[in-house]
Design a protein around this ligand. Sequence first.
Ligand SMILES: [Zn+2]
Length: 370
Amino acid sequence: MTHRERLMKAVKGEWLDRPCSAFWGPHYNLEEANARDLAYATIANQQAYGWDFIKVMESGMYFPEAFGQDMPANITEDMQSWVNVEKFIINHGKDWLKLKPLQVKGNKIFERNVEVIKRVADHFQGDVPILPTVFSPVSMAGEMTGGFFDEAKIVSMIQYDTKEVEYGLSVIEETLVNLMNAYIDAGADGFFFGFQNGLNAKLGWDAFMEFEHAGSERVINAVKDRTWFNMAHLCNGRFDKEENTKFIEGCLDLPFDAFNYSNTWTEIMPSFTDIRKKTDKVLVGGIKHSAMPLGRISWNSPKDNDFCGKDREVIKTRLRERVDTAIEEAGNKLVIAGGCGCFEPHRFCVFDEVMEEVAEERAKMHRTEN
Ligand SMILES: [Zn+2]
């Protein structure tokens, strides 16, 4: 069975030889500036681990950069574009009015990222679903004003410069649809569509529905007939379970095929059992991932990262329990993954062993049933 066939079966809720799985990360901070470099790194990662889809790790800031936002060149592996913006492109309400929708053709940043998809798609020839990363319109508006560290700026602009922001969001939406169509032409199967749930909560319910929810719905509706696996990534949130649940549930009626969030952070997030009652779409998660920068496992403890610890058998038992729980709570419509980016290469072999055992048990059960 190819990765594509397996994921298609998961979308339909059919029985599988083993559950789908996909981890994504790291950020390719040194490769992301060049199409060939990023495609090479992406292909190498997929060849190493064999996930059931590829979430492409473009720079998290490429969309604002395409509009001309000043970004530094990353010169060390640790530099991440999204924390290093030199100058935000929108500083006052009236700045929104200077923006015009972008075409892909002629925009160096967009052309580069579309080329990455083309190269990866050409390599795998349809065997592996490819999901380029895009972010919701309000997330992008936030990244053009103050970024993650000053979300208050976009929240107050929406309140006080409403007309200007409305125009800006319409430019972002039109540009997103142009870009997503180009990604599809290059070989994308669908999208990893990022929401910042903490920002959504700061907007408040009414502004969330009017700007974030409605805008994302328009964007996904514009491409959904040309794609088959669009996944909403509902990133993080706040330390309030009730509030996080409200905004996760608020996204469930959007036209996505799958929803991903940190379901294992049980103190602050709803479980898959809770969310399964509200949606029959694919649920993506089940493994507790590190919330620290990717690859820094030594900063974590087993309490907040399932791959952590010195005893291989303990880690294996923990991973097996997580996989069983995810299957029990989400059913066949499941992709085992982290709640967000997760890159623990030294322990992926342990995860692989767990999945192999699950597959063997399923095959045995299948034989006795027939
Ligand atoms: Zn995330």
